[in-house]
Design a protein around this ligand. Structure first.
Ligand SMILES: Cc1cc2nc3c(=O)[nH]c(=O)nc-3n(C[C@H](O)[C@H](O)[C@H](O)COP(=O)(O)O)c2cc1C
Length: 388
């Protein structure tokens, strides 16, 4: 049965164009090392964990943050999206200890994974945890609460056991725990993480890579194999399900605010126009560059594009497979005269189309600024899709 599923994935990939093929063509298992780090302790451990994972060359590791940081050592570390978690064969999570718990940014990131949870997207995926503490107070509690969150997702949690004691300098306090590597960053007069802590983090990575390799392809649906399959064919998947796997919720069908239809289909083309309505209100109303920051504008673009997809969902009876091509997106932004960053804001909508539809999501595009947009929406999007 497993062989059949794998064969189906390969065949579907082969018929779905180069991008889709690339998604399943990874010969090596892929591990995400997902961290939050403020003062760099967790990042130092993450580099050791990643080095352990990639050590024998059979598994790839990518370090990403849950939140961007302006700090010099962290500013180039990419930021992960919630949706991408489902694509990895295993995830090593790293966070500072905050008040005997997971750090707030990591906790906020995990609290956005509700849609992954309802789609069982992380179920059966291997996970391991490492943490940077100050004095170490409440460190074990923090590990346990991290494990608790990942257990709710049904992830397979790999502890570290007692490792490397032979090589540890026992005259220096060490932060390690049986649940995962850790450092006691606030202890003075010795480099942190200590050599021993670094070695144990590396060993954790090495052991985790073995578990990830062993489990790759051995798990039933819902793990990496199914994530790859579901990202490729699209047919028989609803738009709602596909968005859920990306960590996004399909909003309710927006009601027309005037004498027009939510969409018009002519031939095989569907025309849709939407603006930044969310929970019955305009999200971040006002002028970009005056009342609305770029970050808020991006949120509004995402809300608008989700409204577009809600209407598209209606137009194709929910079936993502019936969407043949995103043809054109037009973004109208409520901006001051001198604003010039429309294209970058619009990428949020374009990326969403591409993430949802793969090759079929690539579209022509126009963006422009306007002096006013209905309801003070910061953005309005017109979308044209070819459908079956
Ligand atoms: C709000 C807050 C709460 C903290 N609570 C704890 C704690 O309960 N126990 C502990 O050992 N360290 C605690 N710390 C210290 C951090 O865990 C420590 O500085 C850690 O090394 C930071 O990791 P980073 O360098 O990756 O940011 C706390 C730090 C902050 C900012």
């Amino acid at each position: 049965m497993k062989k059949l599923t794998q064969l189906a994935a390969i065949l579907l990939a082969a018929f779905s164009g180069p991008t889709a093929m690339a998604q399943v063509a990874h010969t090596k298992p892929q591990v995400l090392v997902l961290i939050y780090s403020d003062t760099g302790g967790t990042y130092a451990l993450a580099r050791e964990v990643a080095a352990g994972i990639t050590g024998d060359g059979s598994v790839d590791a990518t370090i990403k943050q849950v939140k961007g940081s302006p700090k010099s050592d962290l500013k180039d570390v990419p930021v992960a999206t919630v949706a991408e978690l489902a694509r990895y064969d295993g995830i090593a999570f790293g966070s500072p200890v905050y008040f005997g718990n997971i750090s707030t940014p990591m906790s906020e990131f995990l609290s956005q994974t509700g849609d992954l949870w309802s789609a069982h997207a992380l179920e059966g995926k291997p996970a391991t945890v490492f943490m940077s503490a100050g004095s170490g107070a409440g460190k074990e509690l923090a590990f346990q609460s991290f494990w608790g969150s990942l257990a709710v997702h049904g992830m397979l949690l790999m502890p570290n056991g007692i490792r490397g004691v032979e090589g540890l300098d026992k005259t220096v306090p060490q932060g390690n725990s049986v649940l995962g590597a850790s450092t006691l960053a606030s202890l003075k007069n010795v480099e942190r993480p200590t050599l021993g802590e670094r070695q144990i983090a590396r060993d954790q990575g090495r052991a985790f890579a073995r578990v990830v390799s062993a489990l790759r392809g051995a798990l039933p649906a819902s793990s990496s194999e199914v994530a790859a399959v579901t990202e490729v064919p699209k047919a028989a998947i609803t738009i709602r399900e596909a968005l859920a796997r990306m960590g996004l919720a399909l909003p309710p069908l927006p009601k027309p605010a005037g004498n027009y239809s939510p969409f018009v289909r002519t031939g095989n083309l569907v025309f849709i126009n939407q603006y930044a309505l969310k929970d019955g209100k305009i999200l971040h109303p006002g002028k970009i560059g005056v009342d609305v920051t770029d970050a808020q504008a991006k949120e509004s673009v995402q809300a608008t594009m989700l409204n577009v997809l809600s209407v598209l969902n209606e137009a194709v009876g929910g079936d993502l497979g019936r969407v043949k091509q995103a043809v054109q997106l037009t973004g109208v932004f409520n901006t001051i005269d001198t604003y010039a960053d429309h294209a970058r804001l619009m990428n949020t909508a374009s990326d969403l189309a591409a993430d949802l539809l793969g090759e079929r999501g690539h579209h022509a595009r126009m963006t422009l600024g306007a002096n006013s947009v209905p309801g003070q929406s910061p953005v309005e999007i017109q979308a044209i899709f070819e459908v079956e």
